[in-house]
Ligand binder design. Structure first.
Ligand code: GDP
Ligand code: MG
Length: 162
């Protein structure tokens, strides 16, 4: 299937939680410890009649500065193959160096990046999301993967690109 959506971001921002919410069941393991999802986990999903594959990434995007050449190639292949890239960050933790590192890796694919500011569980937390606009991505969505807040709007926008 050509419609492949890939979820990336530093450890512990809620990638697997978002993945599970999109596919509507628990397939990817959510842990409080960073870096638990080692490989890429994929699932078919459907949203308002549109079918796509969604991929949850762990290890390959979580090595920070020490990306080995072979892994870097794999990362690039996954990014260029994807129709949309969901770049997840954590509003509660705020903007980190690791986020900036991932952002840099994603700039060449900017046109299909959706910056997903996660853990915006309520309106009060919205103001904590402002910093992330400085990363320079056009599409920014404030969501709570855990509670489902904002996920509909995100998926509608993503599906417009498929
Ligand atoms: P990953 O490492 O990026 O895959 O992150 P996980 O999906 O495993 O989640 C890491 C932690 O963040 C877990 O404790 C989740 O329960 C928590 N988490 C995920 N989404 C949300 C959210 O929307 N709000 C809050 N408050 N916590 C969340
Ligand atoms: Mg995970």
């Amino acid at each position: 299937m050509k419609n492949r959506i890939i979820i990336v971001g530093r450890p512990n921002v809620g990638k697997s939680t978002l993945f599970n919410r999109i596919i509507g069941r628990r397939k990817s393991i959510v842990y409080d410890l960073p870096g638990v999802t080692r490989d890429i986990i994929e699932s078919e999903a459907e949203w308002k009649g549109k079918r796509f594959i969604v991929a949850d990434t762990g290890g390959i995007f979580e090595r920070g500065g020490e990306l080995f050449k072979s892994i870097e190639e794999e990362v690039k292949k996954n990014l260029s193959d994807a129709k949309a890239i969901l770049f997840v960050v954590d509003a509660k933790e705020g903007l980190t160096e690791a986020d900036r590192y991932v952002a840099k890796m994603l700039y060449p694919y900017k046109e299909k990046v959706f910056l997903v500011v996660n853990k915006v569980d309520n309106e009060k937390l919205q103001r904590q999301a402002y910093d992330f606009y400085s990363l320079g991505f056009d599409r920014v969505f404030l969501v709570s993967a855990q509670h489902g807040r904002g996920v509909d709007e995100l998926l509608s926008a993503v599906c417009d690109l498929l």
